[in-house]
Design a protein around this ligand. Structure first.
Ligand SMILES: Cc1ncc(COP(=O)(O)O)c(C=O)c1O
Length: 435
């Protein structure tokens, strides 16, 4: 294949406005660790490269320049939607221009490589071995395929699934909708978090899945996934975690934690946009799992177009379904690059500092929070109790602060690109709204 095909110079004649400089030169056409056009196999090549070989090159403050929204808003809503970066936009432009210039051949010569690159990056980022991450349409789809992949015999022998009342509804729905499944929804003792002992008590020889969140979207409470995975394993059950609010906030080592399944997505803390999710599967399990919600992207013989025989991939790709949202594959790569250049450890430190500033600042101003008492169990989802959440959010929006509300609360979620100064101004503006 000619290298010239990959020169990123084509521009639609009717494109409006000047080409931004970073489109042409600053953004490497290929990931720097490849230095060449990606191929179908690059998921494997990419897997080992990023976190170890690529130096951290952006401080959180420098990274702010990547996010245009920060120039005109105080954006404190990453728990809902991470900000779009110039890097993500550059990848998206690249996608669009390939489409214009190459048409369908972009699939084989370029986009398959981008998908492989994203799988590889995510596996490394989550602390998984190569081939442990599948690209799926949503968390709901990821959980549905997990539920329908374990041996049928196991589903007959074990009919109980244990989750908590603080989990995201889509997690419980997967099993609530299945006849014959006993869904146990554990109550939270304080409305903020869970005690692992509650899972220990409920997960037994009847249990098929311990299914819960890494970080509760409701309160930001961080669960100990290693401990919960161990509880599931000791009872002979599978562990599955909704990690939407874990990935991008907390360093992950899923292999070390002994987690069976973990779902995440680029939408929020990974700054990659909607339309895609990631499913990590423990490699030792993959061979024993046969998805009963299959799709041709899960088949290694897809391009034989053999209707009578599906050969599942021997890695996590067997969980993939149909054509993925390619624009999001591209924006997700841009967001992911920035997250990794800042470094997840540094992001965790920054987010913790901003969270503590928010918690202390709210309390000093007389607000009550629905948050963990132990700072180690807090993440950057801060729930401020409020008598008029929609009114408060509107007042804040008029002053340029983007936050959200949930029943009885104003929800504030800073990320690494926010500053102490922004949090300080937010606190004063919040306090200025009559309650
Ligand atoms: C904890 C959690 N899980 C899952 C989702 C989304 O699920 P899906 O990808 O199926 O839309 C969200 C929010 O959008 C969430 O907060």
């Amino acid at each position: 294949m000619s290298e010239a095909l990959f020169e990123f110079s084509w521009r639609h004649p009717e494109a409006k406005g000047p080409a931004l400089p970073w489109r042409q030169s600053d953004v490497p056409l290929y990931p720097t660790f490849l230095g060449r056009a990606p191929s179908m196999e690059d998921g494997r090549a990419a897997n080992t490269s990023l976190s170890s070989e690529k130096p951290m090159s952006l401080t959180p403050i420098q990274a702010r320049d990547e996010f245009p929204i920060l120039k005109h808003k105080t954006y404190l809503n990453s728990c809902s939607l991470g900000a779009l970066s110039l890097r993500g936009e550059a990848y998206l432009d690249e996608f669009r221009e390939r489409w214009h210039s190459m048409g369908a051949s972009a699939w084989y010569e370029h986009w398959m490589g981008r998908m492989a690159m994203l799988r590889g990056r995510m596996a490394a980022f989550m602390g998984g071995a190569e081939g442990t991450v599948a690209l799926v349409p949503s968390t709901s789809a990821a959980l549905a395929t997990v539920a329908e992949s374990v041996p049928e015999e196991a589903t007959r022998q074990r009919t109980r699934v244990v989750c908590s009342e603080l989990d995201f509804p889509t997690l419980a729905y997967q099993w609530a909708a299945k006849p014959g499944v006993e869904l146990v929804v554990l109550p939270s003792p304080d409305g903020v978090g869970m005690d692992p002992a509650q899972f220990e008590e409920a997960v037994d020889e009847r249990t098929l899945f311990l299914a819960t969140s890494h970080v509760f979207f409701t309160t930001g409470f961080i669960q100990d996934i290693g401990r919960l995975a161990e509880i599931a394993r000791s009872a002979g059950a599978y562990s599955v975690f909704d990690g939407y609010h874990g990935a991008g906030q907390i360093p992950l080592d899923l292999s070390d934690a002994g987690v069976d399944f973990y779902t995440a997505g680029p939408l929020k803390w990974l700054c990659g946009g909607p339309g895609l999710a990631y499913l990590y599967v423990r490699p030792e399990l993959i061979g024993s799992l046969h998805p009963r919600i299959p799709g041709w992207f899960g088949a290694s013989n897809a391009f034989d177009f053999e209707i009578r025989r599906m050969e599942p991939h021997d890695d996590a790709r067997r969980f993939e379904m149909g054509t993925p949202a390619l624009p999001t594959v591209h924006t997700a790569l841009g967001g992911q690059e920035i997250i990794e250049e800042v470094g997840i450890e540094r992001i965790e430190v920054q987010n913790r500092a901003l969270t503590e500033q928010l918690v202390n600042g709210c309390r000093e101003r007389g607000f009550t929070l629905t948050t963990a008492e132990d700072p180690a169990q807090r993440s950057a989802i801060v729930m401020v109790q409020h008598p008029n959440p929609p009114g408060g959010v509107k007042h804040l929006a008029e002053a340029g602060f983007i936050v959200d509300h949930r029943p009885g609360h104003i929800r504030v979620s800073p990320h690494f690109y926010n500053t102490e100064e922004e949090v300080h101004l937010f606190l004063d503006t919040l306090a200025g709204f009559p309650t």
